[in-house]
Design a binder for this molecule. Structure first.
Ligand SMILES: [Fe+2]
Ligand SMILES: [Fe+2]
Length: 306
């Protein structure tokens, strides 16, 4: 339930300053201290010069390999997300402290995942490095226009990232305790990031529900997992969805549903005409998505024709 707060004449970013401070302090009061180097069994590695990578080094379904590849490259792309948040805020606003903290935490995800990938040989290191060079050179990340757009997008994205890492961990072989544990640690960090942005958007709805409604509708209808700069992204995304790790079903059920329930968009009052139209658009997008998810489920439950 969103409780309306009085709106002053300053912009949303300024009005959210006390909430940013509150949520950053909450985040810092529950530190998640873990060390990337302690998560790896270094003795299990072998030089690639002596033994080049082969798929038999670590048998895995293609969809799981694709998920590790896409998730890791997304973490690599972090510097450009930091830039986006800086561009839409100000260095003297408390969000700058959050941006630094967030960047510092996200940075270890790529480090620990790459260490594990190289030691365990779960994906092709040449494919990974080629993908990193191509993706990072393009410097492509979603570019929200306003601060309201940004926090709506990142709330959805952090939740989606949490789900993607968690489900990838669950698809690893049981005997890879290190990989499962390490992706679980990463997913745990993403949970905390999600809580920060989720509650910041909630504070935004309390200040200016119309502005946030328009931003939310825009971001939900355009939402896609980041990855357009990754070579072969569409092919990988299809494999990941087919594997049941992350696709339309997970987006609708595990990302959108909890976020929209919390924003309570159906019960917002006193919206501007633009925001009312955005609410109608959002409802239509959600209905279309539900229909697609139902069609996918019906297709999956039909016996295969030989
Ligand atoms: Fe991350
Ligand atoms: Fe995150």
């Amino acid at each position: 339930m969103v409780t309306r707060r009085s709106s002053r004449s300053t912009g949303l970013l300024e009005e959210l300053a006390p909430d940013v401070e509150r949520l950053l302090n909450r985040h810092l009061e529950a530190p998640r201290l873990w060390y990337p180097h302690e998560q790896i069994d270094w003795g299990a590695g072998a030089p690639f010069a002596d033994r080049p990578w082969a798929p038999t080094d670590y048998p895995l379904p293609d969809g799981v390999r694709s998920s590790i590849y896409v998730n890791l490259l997304t973490e690599d792309n972090l510097p450009y997300y930091t830039t986006t948040l800086s561009r839409l805020s100000s260095p003297t606003h408390p969000i700058a402290d959050w941006n630094h903290q967030w960047t510092m935490e996200e940075n270890r995800h790529a480090m620990v995942m790459r260490d594990w990938v190289h030691i365990s040989r779960c994906i092709d290191p040449v494919l990974l490095e080629d993908g990193r060079r191509v993706q990072m050179f393009q410097a492509m990340v979603p570019a929200p226009e306003t601060f309201a757009d940004l926090i709506c997008y990142v709330a959805l994205q952090e939740r989606a990232t949490q789900v993607a890492h968690r489900n990838t961990a669950a698809h690893l072989p049981k005997e890879d305790k290190i990989g499962r544990n390490l992706l679980g640690l990463v997913a745990g960090d993403e949970t905390k990031h999600y809580l920060f942005y989720r509650d910041l958007t909630l504070a935004g709805f309390a200040i200016d529900p119309s502005l946030m409604m328009v931003a939310a509708a825009k971001q939900v209808s355009a939402f896609a997992m980041p990855g357009t700069g990754i070579p072969g992204f569409t092919r990988h995304a299809v494999r990941i969805a087919k594997e049941g790790i992350y696709g339309l079903t997970q987006f609708a059920r595990d990302v959108l549903d909890p976020v929209l329930t919390l924003w309570d968009v159906n019960h917002l009052e006193d919206l501007t005409p633009d925001a009312e139209r955005a609410r109608i658009d959002l409802t239509a997008v959600v209905a279309k998505l539900s229909a697609s998810v139902e069609r996918l489920a019906a297709k999956a439950s039909r016996p295969a024709l030989i």
